[in-house]
Design a protein around this ligand. Sequence first.
Ligand code: SPQ
Length: 428
Amino acid sequence: MSEVTLESKTKGLSGEVRVPGDKSISHRAVIFSSLAEGTSTITNFLTGEDCFRTVEAFRQMGVNIEEEGSTLKIHGQGVQKLTAPTQPINFGNSGTTARLMSGVLSALPFFTTAYGDESLSKRPMDRVVLPLKEMGAVIHGRNSSSFLPLAFSGTTLRGMRHELKVRSAQVKSALLLAGLLSEGDTTVVEKGVTRDHTEKLLPQYGVDLEVKGSEITISGGQALSASDLQVPGDISSAAFFMVAAAITPGSEVTIRDVGLNETRNGIVTALERMGASIDYDIHTYIGDEPVGDVRVSTSTLEGVTIEGELIANLIDEIPILALAATQAEGETVIKDAEELRVKETDRIYAVVENLKRLGADIEARDDGMVIKGGRALNGGVLDSFGDHRIGMMAAIASLVTEGPVTILDKECINISYPPFFEHLDQLR
Ligand code: SPQ
């Protein structure tokens, strides 16, 4: 298990950084391009381990995908030309691959098996398996198909109306993909707004879908046509440097070309509410995705309550937001975030455990946490628990601790942000 020790008390962060491409959009670009007919060129693709799980899944089904740095050339031949993998597909650590590909594999006319790493094997799959079965999918798996490994027999699915029980972009996207490969129409009714990259990107591949409030309807049997795409920078990666600049005295940082989709920009809203000195401008649109530069400098933060609708909009940023809250004056309450319990690790436990090790005043709640800010943090040994976002939070914590911070299992950061330490050094 690899570890790293970071010295404490950096003076201030300064300069510019371009974070790698958005993880959610990179996965979707590979899936849609592989189902399409023709060659799609994806630039600024996230070369993290998770997105390569999706690439490998389609390579196993016969799609020719060429890589050159962060550019992919995907030579799709249409859904009909996909072939049965001869070996089980490894989804690795990637929940997005597991959920979205379940929607696809259920509807393809061949047998597939899939598994994941230890963490992914503990994450719930019934949220996609049960609604897919209602469409006619034949899926077998561990614990009544609630967990990986799963086997998909591949059959013709029937479109239907789904009222989602969980607030999840992965479930929504899995069902829309299954619907696209089904007979008839499929409507997904969301429980609340979640990231809408699937809805924004599918039309670029020539797919018609209708979004009416919380209802999205897609007709089965539509052919996808190839499309080129430049992936915007990942706001979930940018969030680490936003918070780093806000809490490290004497900092001024600009993060260029960040995706600022209104279903993903909750971290900016939360930092604004905390009184951070943060501003952004949207300078371009890639398709329907707004992209801009975000500037953050050090400021005095105040505790806030983060709850309700905002939670889905910043769900992956809660670990780093909790660190920001330890540096704020007063109390921060994070609630309605029980989904954190079923991410790469139980992120409520992982955040509370690690920040307590640094001396923070933080308590777990069933659906979130309560943080009393304003206490100086000491150094210590932190555990990423194999979760990339916890590992990066630990690294950013070292910027404000009194002593050095050692991070156990730092390798997991490659899941979503391979050049993370390089970029941190660049800003130090
Ligand atoms: O892919 P994975 O492992 O689920 O990744 C995470 C992350 O922190 O990167 C969650 F652990 O992001 C999810 C996110 O939480 C990515 C995602 C998507 O691309 O659709 C949606 C969210 O999950 P969910 O379960 O709320 O749909």
